[in-house]
Design a protein around this ligand. Structure first.
Ligand code: SF4
Length: 670
């Protein structure tokens, strides 16, 4: 039997899937043609999703902890017992310590609209729980895009072929957003110039005409140098700026100091190459920038994203098919979460990137933690501190998961969750402008249950249900569909998908305009300027020291773009380093090494390659503790400092030293 559904994983593409089911079991998963963007193929990750569904790590029944925290020692219990225990502890915690002692912790384990911010939000709002700032990814870019353009819909994948110049900045679509690649290739076939800005020579960078191998965290000066050229060489579209933008003068002022020479020195790129990129951008139409997320993961991430997004405004690149910028389209449908059954309480907001600090030092203390759609033990900065927090004996931890993740091992109560192949969802992709219904293609595995059912039952057990609250996933879905703007809900109900305006291919400043209050671009948003303590567009220098000179980055890979699916066997994880950096340290291919700083240490083997710039080393994003020799991932080396705006994670501000392994020490597997 062939069944169809949509991929809700945290990836821009939102692929339409064709699932072959034999005797009630998934035999294979492939792309379908229902969504033209998918075009019948998908990534290798989701092809292997059956290994998650049926794998040995799959959670199939509720359980309660029996051994020390972190050891994954559990005893099977019934759903009734598990949920009654949770409800009782949440209500008790609220009574004894106040609602703010409860912290729900979730992110994009499923990006579906039903699996987050539905009955879960109703429960935690009514409990008066602490609120969570979901900022581990896309927060600075989101803040920049919102403040500058009101999250104007952006250029579609299909229109990349129309561009004559494409700049891929801080993105690696081969790993995340695979379906963009053929459109870039088509543009190149038609004669477009491709520029890639990335510290690594990615597959796309190899095919680029120009590759700017910037030092991590220096995207801001590079973008400001291009602005300076546009403004000072007479290439700024002054008429456009006068009619459609505010704040051009302040941006011009902030760019003034960034000559090509100074920016190139800071970014450690050839000055002539930077100049060539600026001149090409000034002289080419249509010119298109794909603004990714790599540039946001550092102390300058918000200003860098603002400066990149401002380029098409200053350069006058809007109004052409294939011109402008592409960013997240998650807000393009104009959907706001109006379906939650309770108003947001005025409780404290906790930044998810500082979970460890909050668990150990938060006042009032967190006494109950409910983790779902997320794996903070592997993914949150300052991993050692996060783990110490999760080890607290007086912390009651619930983990609602599909497989035994690093975080699940610390649960007091562990609940088995359905995957997207076993439940309904509504999927709104953030690359192409698509939205559709995800359908279950098999029965839930074991006793696993979906989010709507479980949080709905907790509402009952905690005595917090209102008569009007939807009950179960189907009512929840109808409730959401009924509150979507315009005819979106009806279309999805009738045909499984909704048709986006302009066929999903809007031309910026011809079909769509900024969704700011006055429909103008705000190049120097006051709210963000107030937030950025060092000042907007003000570069904060590299945090490297003589002791820790190497920048550690952790980009998405073809195996993992989040920690989802990292349970599936993969080739050994190695630290990628440039051969010259390795030689300086007496390291050769395959050597066992220590990567360390004052926060922690990771032990693994070295892989040498000239495809990473000197001074930068890389571990894959999303790996689990089992992937390294001492049980720590790259997040153990990442400070829990926040980006200049948006409260984002500074993953790429980790500065480390690498040496060949010698004596055992703090890095021993715990
Ligand atoms: S992860 Fe991305 S590329 Fe892979 S199937 Fe899902 S949407 Fe498609």
């Amino acid at each position: 039997m062939k069944a169809t559904t949509i991929c809700p994983l945290d990836c821009p593409d939102g692929c339409s899937l064709e699932v072959t089911v034999e005797d009630g079991r998934i035999a294979s998963i492939d792309g379908s043609h229902a969504n033209p963007v998918t075009d019948g193929y998908i990534c290798a990750k989701v092809r292997r999703f059956p290994e998650r569904v049926y794998g040995p790590d799959r959670l199939t029944y509720p359980a309660i902890r029996k051994g020390p925290k972190g050891r994954a020692s559990f005893q099977r219990v019934s759903w009734d017992e598990a949920l009654a225990t949770i409800a009782e502890r949440l209500v008790e915690t609220r009574r004894e310590f106040g609602g703010e002692a409860i912290l729900p912790y979730s992110y994009g384990g499923s990006n579906g609209m039903l699996t987050q911010d539905t009955s879960d939000a109703t429960l935690f709002r009514r409990l008066g729980a602490s609120r969570l700032a979901r900022t581990v990814c896309a927060a600075p870019t989101g803040a920049a895009n919102l403040a500058m353009y009101g999250k104007m819909p952006s250029v579609s994948y299909h229109d990349f072929a129309e561009a004559r110049l494409i700049i891929i900045w801080g993105a690696n679509p081969t790993a995340s957003g695979l379906h963009l690649v053929p459109h870039i290739r088509e543009a190149q076939r038609r004669g477009a110039t491709l520029v890639v800005v990335d510290p690594r020579t990615t597959a796309l960078a190899r095919q680029a005409d120009i590759h700017l191998t910037v030092r991590p965290g220096t995207d801001l000066p590079v973008a400001l140098a291009i602005h300076r050229h546009l403004f000072e060489a007479g290439h700024a579209d002054e008429a456009f700026l006068h009619s459609h933008a505010h704040g051009a003068e302040q941006l011009r002022e902030r760019a003034r100091a960034w000559t090509f020479e100074r920016a190139a020195a800071e970014a450690d790129v050839p000055v002539g190459t930077l100049r060539r990129v600026a001149e090409l951008y000034a002289s080419t139409r249509p010119a298109l920038i794909r603004c990714g997320y790599g540039q946001e993961r550092n102390r300058n991430g918000g200003s860098a994203s603002l400066a990149i997004l401002a380029l098409p405004a200053v350069g006058g690149k809007f109004g052409d098919r294939g011109g402008g910028y592409m960013m997240s389209n998650s807000a393009s449908w104009g959907i706001t979460n109006t379906w939650m059954g309770a108003a947001e309480p005025p409780t404290r907001t906790i930044n998810m990137n500082q979970l460890g600090r909050v668990l150990l030092e938060g006042q009032p203390p967190i006494k109950a933690l409910v983790v779902y759609n997320s794996n903070p033990a592997a993914t949150t900065p300052d991993q050692r501190r996060v783990l110490r927090g999760l080890e607290r004996e007086d912390l009651f931890t619930v983990v609602f998961e599909q497989v035994m993740t690093d975080t699940a091992r610390y649960a007091d109560v562990l609940l088995p969750n359905t995957t997207f192949l076993e439940a309904y969802d509504l999927v709104k992709s953030y690359g192409p402008w698509t939205l559709g219904l995800g359908r279950p293609v098999i029965e839930p595995i074991g006793e696993s249950r979906c989010n709507a059912d479980v949080f709905g039952e907790l509402l009952d057990l905690a005595g917090l249900r209102d008569a009007s609250d939807p009950r179960g996933e189907l009512e929840e879905m109808l409730n959401v569909l009924g509150r979507l703007p315009g005819t979106i809900g009806e279309e999805v109900r009738d045909s499984g998908t909704a048709k986006p305006p302009f066929d999903g291919r809007p031309i910026q400043f011809r079909d769509v305009y900024p969704r700011t209050s006055d429909q103008k671009i705000d190049l120097y948003p006051a709210a963000l300027a107030n937030e950025a303590t060092a000042g907007l567009y003000v570069y904060q220098p590299d945090p490297a020291t003589g002791e820790f000179p190497l920048a550690l980055i952790s980009p998405a890979s073809e195996k993992t773009i989040s920690s989802t699916l990292a349970e599936i066997p993969r080739p050994e994880v190695r630290l990628l380093m440039h051969p010259d950096d390795a030689a300086e340290r007496g390291i050769t291919e395959g050597d066992e090494i220590r990567v360390f700083n004052t926060l922690g240490e990771v032990r693994c083997k070295a892989a040498l390659g000239g495809w990473i710039r000197r001074g930068t080393v890389s571990l894959p994003k999303g790996i689990w503790r089992k992937h390294t020799a001492n049980g720590y991932t790259g997040t153990a080396l990442v400070p829990d400092t926040l980006t200049d705006v948006g409260g984002g994670a500074c993953f790429n501000d980790a500065r480390v030293q690498v040496s060949r392994q010698q004596a055992a020490g703090s890095g021993q597997r715990p």
